[in-house]
Design a protein around this ligand. Sequence first.
Ligand code: IPE
Ligand code: IPE
Ligand code: MG
Length: 257
Amino acid sequence: MNKPNPSIEQELRAQIDPARVPVHIAVTMDGNGRWAEQHGETRIAGHLNGVQPIREVLTAATEAGVKFLTLYAFSTENWNRPKAEVDALMELLVKTLASEVDELDRNGVRLHTIGDTDSLPTGCRTELKKAMDRTKANDRITLTLALSYSARWDILRMVRSIATDIRDGRLDTHAVNEALIAERLSTRGLPDPDLLIRTSGEHRISNFLLWEIAYAELWFTPVLWPDFRKQHLFQAIVDYQQRERRFGLTRDQLPAS
Ligand code: IPE
Ligand code: IPE
Ligand code: MG
């Protein structure tokens, strides 16, 4: 099941209209634990098998002309998992960053993070900083890893920062608008996602990008993350292109496509 199929992949890729590719795709990579259970392996082995699909989704997004790819890799709530699993995920992050940075750089990927990265172990922070410094001039695609991220954590920070500036007289209440809020979230500088993908058959948001996905198209697949391949990303883009994004308007008001 879910073996890469080059002909399906090429067929789907050919169906993509290059003029209407989502600028920003966000992905909740879910199902590593269930994949491991199905294969009689440990949850940690499930996470190890979650690295190859990251390579695939990044390559597929780059090939399709997507400019921003944001991956939900570790939530604020995930700190409450068993320590051995959390430690293994952090170790995997360090090793993967170290082994992939050359390839990322070669492929024009700029690495970026959102989330409470100060709470990550020192080794992770060091590797992340190295990889971000190394790739900062790249502009083919921005890969944002959401690490120790949750939307409520981000919104809380934003509210505190605005409240403090108002209290100290640096900001007028009337100056608080959508643009200012967006500027104070950790996603500042990133366009809102056009498409949000979640794997593993769960139909929930799990505290991801609550402000930013106001008008994102949602795409769910039962495929478990370790089985996700290029063809699945192409499939999601093809589906996205069949939708009509109305942003509250009537169909008649939309520009002719
Ligand atoms: C996603 O897979 C990876 C992380 C949340 C870090 P899970 O580990 O949540 O896999 P399931 O949901 O238990 O199958
Ligand atoms: C969401 O997956 C977080 C990440 C993929 C990093 P979870 O597995 O943590 O979400 P829930 O618990 O199913 O909502
Ligand atoms: Mg999960």
